[in-house]
Ligand binder design. Structure first.
Ligand code: ADP
Length: 756
């Protein structure tokens, strides 16, 4: 065993000049003894020991270790050499300050891969040997200078290295402590080679066996023996072969990653904090992109077809346009994300006004007509545009369990509302209905009784299915033609018009009821010569009704009802409607609904629900989407700005993570160099960085996603499909890898081996 330097030269080249740090050095070392290297500052001492320990490459000559030329060696051989043969002691101790005394020594043993029954006991023995017994659990940073250097020596000893290389080990110590360290080295040098750089040769002199003096990169004197080898001692030392790590690299990397998290909480918190920030920010802005991918919201809503503007509404029909059955409704209710199934979907576009003085105002005024003797009192109803528009809902959307009192509505005049009052305290009230699409400007008026009170606060009134069915049937029928007011002179009907049939509750058979608006006019008509009519208010007046009834097959059936009986006029009925009996109504109009509306949890689920409907053979549309046609320039602009900003932020946060996280990693440069010279394989050190940053990333990403799903970012997570989570994960994962790759490159260049 031995080290031999043959004509070794080392230059440092910079842009402007070349320094010859070592010039043609020839030296030989045996396997024991205490060697002091002296010389002025700049004479090449440090360079020499760095070359000796394989931390620095050289330009010329050859280094033989055990007669093996090292210039042809791979980096891994150098690592083996550093790990197996050399223990370092530096002026600055190079301890891991956050670790305890025991941790520091134990790390050296573990990294060295020394097989011991009990590593801790062994480490304690080394600690005792250097006089630090009792301080095992003290943090290295809390030790005095002398104690630190002793610890550094304990660590070097624990490695069972053949050679201890010490670079001005007493430089920071007082003379008493320095003396003790020299003594310790003298002791150690009895069976190991100790090579020490010193400025204070007199202090070392009593203990050293040999002094090598350098000047200007050359050996100017070399006292004492060149070799201290004794025959047979070659085989000595517990480390003839460099043992492979008992701990596999991965295990070692994990062990120290976790140890560092515990021992270096500051470093953990900064790196983890920034990883978390990146995870949250990227989730948020990726979410912005995902949630604005659909541009429906940049278009203005056109309420021509669907007056009810609700982005959660899916309108569905059967592909053969037949009436929906119970089975259809129960199927709709099973579709994921569907909250409510509205059977009478056509009613959902009928607007209602139910609160006097807020939704509508009634005024009365006197009106005179030329054909009337006295002015009549006329009622005028006006609607407020300010109130939030309310649209009908049928009781098909609610359950008995939604009520805190009463029952679901059954009869046409029954409703369910939310109120602070009890049912007993609630009066019956009237509601006005407006359906511009069909009735244009007129309204339909109806009186209701509250039969149930909802638990949850809402302004929505739920109407009975019977009432909604009537409106739906009337809507589908689209009006009947009425001929009335027979003129006896011309022998023909003087009034002919399209009226919308509704059910008059007290009517039977073919009784009919018309708006009171007709009566004054036609009463007077009767007195005019050229319009000698039988007026509407005549008890015996008759009328004809013609109906183009739509059959289930989609054809029209022509029905005629002659000489029908017109009864009392109805004050509250608008001129566009005609009240008929229930039996007669359903003779003209069909029961049932051909179209349903599904109300889903969120607009984001639209495509998903449409897809499910399509698969089951239904035709579905998002009423909101198909009614949003024209782009709104402002909204389009805002969307583009938002998308671009989000992309930009994703890029910026990526750069910041790479920069900031690797900067925090760089703060611990010392840790890497210590682990490096303790002999931890570069690959394991690099793995540690991967483990650390990936561990934080995975935890941060998972926490963000969980927080998002739990409702913290609900508005975004609703838009996330598995593919988006995938992108999110990949983005953060890729960032973590790039950050670590960049940092590991830095380690390669700056920390591990100065190849220059
Ligand atoms: P010593 O340890 O005896 O003070 P060094 O081995 O540190 O001497 O330095 C020897 C010479 O090499 C000096 O002239 C020094 O300026 C130069 N030197 C040392 N390290 C570097 C380096 N990394 N880059 C350039 N020059 C260096």
């Amino acid at each position: 065993m031995g080290i031999r330097l043959e004509n070794i030269s080392k230059f440092y080249t910079s842009a402007t000049n070349v320094t010859m740090a070592l010039q043609k050095i020839n030296l030989e070392f045996g396997n024991k003894g205490f060697v002091a290297i002296t010389g002025e500052s700049g004479s090449g001492k440090s360079t020499l020991i760095k070359v000796l320990s394989g931390m620095l490459s050289f330009e010329e000559g050859e280094l033989y270790i055990d007669e093996r030329p090292m210039s042809v060696c791979e980096e891994s051989d150098w690592e083996e050499y550093r790990r197996g043969k050399i223990g370092f002691v530096f002026q600055e101790y190079n301890l891991i300050d956050e670790y305890t005394v025991l941790d520091n020594v134990e790390s050296a043993i573990i990294i060295r891969g020394i097989r011991k029954e009990n590593i801790i006991d062994y480490a304690k023995k080394m600690i005792e040997k250097v006089g630090l017994a009792g301080l095992e659990n003290q943090r290295a940073s809390k030790l005095s200078s002398g104690q630190k250097q002793r610890l550094a020596i304990a660590r070097a000893l624990a490695k069972e290295a053949d050679i201890i290389i010490a670079d001005e080990p007493t430089g920071n110590l007082d003379s008493e402590n320095g003396q003790k360290i020299m003594e310790l080295f003298g002791e150690i040098a009895k069976d190991k080679l100790v090579i020490m750089v010193t400025h204070n040769y007199p202090q070392a002199e009593p203990y050293v066996d040999r002094q090598i003096r350098l000047f200007d990169g050359k050996v100017v004197s070399d006292t004492g023996m060149t070799i201290t080898e004794q025959s047979g001692s070659d085989a000595k030392g517990g480390n003839q072969e460099t043992k492979k790590n008992k701990w596999s690299g991965v295990f070692l990397a994990w062990k120290y990653t976790l140890k560092n998290i515990v021992r270096q909480p500051m470093r953990l918190s900064f790196i983890a904090l920034f990883v978390v920030i990146t995870a949250v920010v990227s989730f948020f802005f990726l979410g912005q992109i995902v949630s604005h991918y659909d541009d429906t919201y940049t278009k203005d809503y056109d309420d021509d077809v669907f007056a009810y503007e609700n982005d959660r509404r899916i309108v569905v029909k059967k592909s053969d346009d037949s009436v929906m059955t119970k089975e259809d409704y129960s199927f709709f209710a099973t579709i994921d994300k569907v909250l409510e199934v509205e059977t009478y979907d056509l009613c959902n576009d009928i607007r209602y006004y139910g609160i006097p003085g807020e939704d509508y105002y009634i005024t009365y005024y006197e009106q005179s007509y030329w054909y009337m003797d006295e002015p009549v009192t006329v009622r005028s109803v006006s609607f407020s545009d300010e109130a939030e528009p309310k649209f009908m809902r049928s009781a098909s959307c609610i359950r008995e369990s939604d009520l805190k009192e009463g029952r679901l509505p059954k009869k046409r005049n029954e409703i369910v509302v939310y109120s602070d009052l009890t049912m007993e305290e609630l009066d019956s009230f009237k509601v006005f209905f407006q359906n511009e699409d069909v009735w244009s400007s007129v309204f339909y008026e109806y009186d209701f009784e509250v039969v149930g009170v909802l638990k949850e606060k809402t302004t929505q009134i739920y109407y009975s299915e019977a009432f909604c069915d009537m409106l739906t049937a009337s809507y589908k029928q689209g009006g009947v033609t009425l001929e009335g007011a027979w003129c006896t002179i011309d022998e023909q009907y003087k009034y002919r018009g399209i009226l919308y049939p509704m059910i008059g509750e007290n009517l039977t058979g073919q009784e009919m009821q018309l708006s009171a608006a007709y009566y004054p006019a036609y009463t007077r008509c009767a007195g005019l010569a050229h319009m000698h009519c039988i007026s509407f208010d005549n008890e015996h007046s008759a009328a004809n009704i013609y109906v183009d009834k739509l059959t289930v097959e989609g054809e029209t059936e022509k029905l005629q009802y002659k000489d029908m009986y017109i009864g009392e006029s109805n004050e509250e009925l608008q001129a566009a409607f005609i009240n008929i009996s229930e039996d007669f109504f359903y003779e003209l109009c069909d029961y049932g609904s051909h179209q349903a509306s599904l109300y889903i949890e969120h607009y984001a689920y639209t495509d998903e629900v449409l897809e499910a409907l399509k698969e089951a053979g239904y035709d579905g549309v998002s009423s909101y989407r198909i009614s949003s046609v024209e782009y709104n320039t402002d909204k389009v602009e805002n969307r583009i700005i938002l998308l671009l900003t989000s992309f930009a932020i994703l890029i910026v946060i990526a750069l910041l993570e790479m920069f900031i996280v690797s900067s925090f990693l760089k703060l611990k440069r010392k840790f890497y160099s210590v682990f490096g010279f303790l002999g931890m394989e570069m690959g394991v050190l690099k793995k540690m960085n991967y483990f650390e940053v990936n561990l934080y990333t995975v935890v941060a990403v998972l926490l963000t996603v969980i927080f998002g799903l739990m409702g913290g970012l609900k508005e975004l997570t609703v838009y996330f499909k598995p593919v988006h989570y995938m992108i999110y994960f990949l983005y953060n994962f890729a960032l973590a890898q790039i950050t670590v790759i960049l940092f590991n490159r830095y380690l390669d260049k700056k920390v591990f081996r100065n190849k220059k």
